[in-house]
Write a protein that binds this ligand. Structure first.
Ligand code: SF4
Ligand code: SF4
Length: 320
């Protein structure tokens, strides 16, 4: 019996984007970065949060009347405002809402509870040569929990992946990497000043931890693969200079473990998540990259990092 707990926003079965085969992806709450383009804003804070679904809300205001903390208010335009400093996430409003428009994002699981839940997906995972991906948020921040869970999952021969932004203590990677089959690692922006501006933190630790991971794999003869991911964000990371510089950096650092580099194009489909949390999002109206520009960036990537066997584009683009 393991009493450690972690707060999750979602356990997504049949995920096809977070490693090989069909996977069960676990989204941990709590992140070490605040990327301007974050597609999972509900995972940034470590603690549970209240979500409001505008489409389901019938504007009855029962929640406002019943909140013991007076944390709910409505604007004249009928937008819902939740005062996060006052809200204790007590759940009273959820219980009284007649249209199920309110939800708490963030449920606490013990290692054993999460193992039991994941193990229910065994059939499709094994049949598709898939696995489990630890994502978030930054899952490596929860490393004692993940290590215990990974040990249990490895006893059943699951393929395991860690999806990390690279900003976690070295100890996290030292303990997690030997248990993983795949590391999905973000390199977002090579210029440190821009990295700070876009994500709220320096990229120094990101680079240090990638070196550490590659060293751990090499020194311990691990079979762990590393796939690099770079988000192509309009007017931020989507420049030739950035892609070329990341390619050069990878050419210097990468050993045989780095099998893939994926350029992930931006979309604004997550705007509904920001609205549910009552958060503004500066990139709400940012457009897709054109197909031709994305193809040029791919060409730059391939020319700058010929050492990486698989370099590809993923995500939406527009024809223009
Ligand atoms: S109780 Fe539910 S439906 Fe009524 S205003 Fe609040 S969120 Fe909307
Ligand atoms: S969760 Fe509790 S404190 Fe927070 S808004 Fe709802 S009723 Fe108020």
């Amino acid at each position: 019996m393991n009493e450690q707990t972690a707060v999750l926003t979602e356990i997504r079965s049949l995920s096809a984007h977070d490693g090989p085969g069909l996977r069960t992806t676990i989204f941990f709450k709590g992140c070490s970065l605040k990327c301007k383009w974050c597609h999972n804003p509900e995972t940034i804070l470590l603690t549970p949060e209240l979500e409001w679904d505008e489409k389901s809300c019938i504007d009855c205001r029962v929640c406002e009347a019943n909140c013991p903390e007076k944390a709910i208010a409505f604007t004249e335009s009928k937008s819902y405002i939740i005062n996060k400093n006052k809200c204790t996430v007590c759940g009273t409003c959820l219980a009284t809402c007649p249209s199920k428009a309110l939800k708490i994002s963030g449920i606490s699981y013990t290692v054993d509870q999460l193992f039991e839940r994941i193990h229910k997906d065994e059939k499709f995972i094994k049949r598709s040569n898939g696995g489990i991906t630890f994502s978030g948020g930054e899952p490596a921040l929860r490393y004692p929990f993940i290590v215990e869970l990974a040990k249990k999952l490895k006893a059943f021969d699951y393929h395991l992946a860690l999806d990390t932004c690279g900003v976690a203590p070295a100890k996290a990677y030292k303990t997690i990497v030997p248990l993983m089959d795949l590391i999905l690692y973000d390199l977002k922006e090579i210029n440190d000043e821009k990295h700070r501006q876009f994500t709220g933190a320096s990229n120094e630790l990101v680079h240090e931890n990638l070196s550490l991971i590659l060293k751990l794999i090499q020194q311990n003869n691990l079979k762990t693969e590393v796939w690099i991911r770079t988000p192509l964000i309009p007017a931020m990371t989507d420049t030739y200079e950035n892609v070329q510089a990341i390619g050069k950096f990878l050419s210097e650092k990468a050993n045989g473990s780095v099998q893939k580099w994926e350029l992930c194009t931006f979309n604004n489909l997550c705007i509904a998540k920001y609205r549910k949390l009552g958060k503004e999002w500066a990139l709400e109206h940012s457009d897709l990259l054109t197909t031709s520009y994305a193809a040029q960036l791919l060409k730059v990537a391939k020319l700058s990092a010929p050492i990486i066997p698989g370099i590809n584009l993923s995500g939406l683009t527009k024809n223009k």
